[in-house]
Design a protein around this ligand. Structure first.
Ligand SMILES: [Fe+2]
Length: 227
């Protein structure tokens, strides 16, 4: 891992040392998310209330395609990595729970249902999300995962999902920016998310909260979103 000061590949680490390496990796990824995501133009405009709703819609059309396919990759990974998980049923338990979570919460077909619901609240039809041809830059994000899954090692695939922690903070930021109160800080978001141990509840809650604001009080907060 070139980003880290030391190469740990092929070395047997103690549990304490391994935890420290993982913590370092997660911090590295969160710092990247902070620099490129939270301090980026899209999020800055969103938090200031100056982001055109059209930009939000285009983003959501791309996000629909991403969620639909990344959840599919989880299922593909379950099939491809099964020989390893058969030998480690304790780990398989967590993996099975993760795949199931994507597909059944809050109800089947899972998280993708929340994405469709949220898109409708932004003024999109289901067809506008389902039939949308993703922008090349967004497609590249999926192709990165596809490449790691089919051509990378199993360790690289699972390490690549350290970035999911940032998705939880992003979802909370998104929900907060669409509500009348100022968005929560990244630090507060990290603390809440880590206590819960997994980002999906944050994601669902953030989506529901933003839905409430958009449907219940768009006139009360003019300028929050430039229509
Ligand atoms: Fe999900």
């Amino acid at each position: 891992m070139s980003a880290l000061p030391k190469d740990y590949s092929g070395k047997k680490l103690s549990a304490v040392e391994a935890d420290a390496v993982v913590a370092e990796l997660k911090k590295y990824l969160l710092d990247l998310a902070d620099r490129w995501l939270f301090k980026g133009r899209f999020h800055t405009d969103l938090s200031k209330g100056t982001l055109p709703v059209e930009a939000l819609k285009v983003f959501w059309q791309n996000w629909y395609g991403f969620v639909a396919e990344i959840n599919n990759f989880h299922g593909v990974a379950y099939q491809r990595h099964l020989p390893f998980f058969k030998r480690h049923p304790d780990l398989q338990k967590h993996f099975a729970n993760h795949v199931a979570d994507e597909m059944i919460h809050p109800s089947p077909p899972g998280h993708i249902r929340i994405v469709l619901e949220q898109g409708r609240n932004f003024g999109l039809t289901d067809d506008e999300m389902i039939e949308y041809e993703m922008l090349a830059e967004c497609r590249a994000f999926l192709e990165y995962y596809r490449g790691v899954l089919y051509e990378g090692t199993m360790a690289e695939w699972w390490a690549s999902f350290c970035v999911e922690e940032a998705v939880g903070h992003w979802a909370k930021f998104f929900g907060g920016a669409l509500r009348p109160t100022s968005p929560g800080s990244l630090k507060a978001s990290i603390s809440t998310s880590r206590k819960k141990g997994y980002i999906a509840p944050d994601y669902v809650r953030a989506s529901r909260n933003s839905r409430t604001t958009l449907t219940a009080s768009p006139d009360a907060y003019p300028g929050r979103l430039r229509q």
